[in-house]
Ligand binder design. Structure first.
Ligand SMILES: [Fe+2]
Ligand SMILES: [Fe+2]
Length: 177
């Protein structure tokens, strides 16, 4: 059985992952409306990853036979002044999630909950990749501030953040989308 303290924190994290999903959808829709389809596609895909993170956590709790609650989320930011602001917001979000994930691993360790500590290892690795990808994208859009089509061309050329399927990823409740 996972520790109560860990279960409580992981249920909170499910909410943070769904909030990240909503935020990335809002960013994708913003870029779509600005006719920047590559930036939109990047964030639609990123949103799906966040949704899958949440559902991996749901699956873990279900497998451990403890309560998984699906919390509501606060509305994401959906108005942006320029091409850079959404990516800066996304990078801040990924850094915040990294702290949350590390804190979760810390709670599991403190509680002597080794299964949960091991479960968090994949997310620790994932956060390193997501922060790195978003930092790269921020540099790209900063260079393209006055001409967003440069960012579009870059994304059309380079496979930014597309890692393909990861066989080490935890199972997703209901199957990965
Ligand atoms: Fe995530
Ligand atoms: Fe993320």
């Amino acid at each position: 059985m996972p520790s109560d303290a860990f279960v409580e924190k992981l249920n909170e994290q499910i909410g943070h992952e769904f909030a990240a999903h909503q935020q990335y959808i809002a960013i994708a829709v913003h870029y779509d409306a600005e006719t920047l389809p590559r930036l939109a596609a990047f964030f639609y895909a990123q949103a799906l990853e966040e949704r899958n993170h949440a559902m991996m956590m749901v699956q873990y709790l279900v497998d451990q036979d403890v309560d998984a609650t699906v919390p509501g989320v606060v509305a994401p930011q959906s108005e942006f002044d320029d091409v850079v602001t959404p990516v800066a917001l996304a990078l801040e979000q990924e850094k915040r999630v990294t702290q949350q994930i590390n804190a979760l691993a810390g709670v599991a360790r403190e509680q002597g909950d080794y299964s949960s500590e091991q479960f968090m290892q994949w997310f620790i690795k994932e956060q390193i990749e997501e922060v790195a990808t978003m930092s790269d994208l921020l540099r790209i859009v900063e260079r393209a501030r006055d001409n967003p089509l440069l960012a579009e061309e870059y994304l059309a050329r380079e496979q930014l953040g597309e890692g393909g399927t990861d066989p080490t990823a935890p199972p997703v409740a209901g199957g990965a989308l």
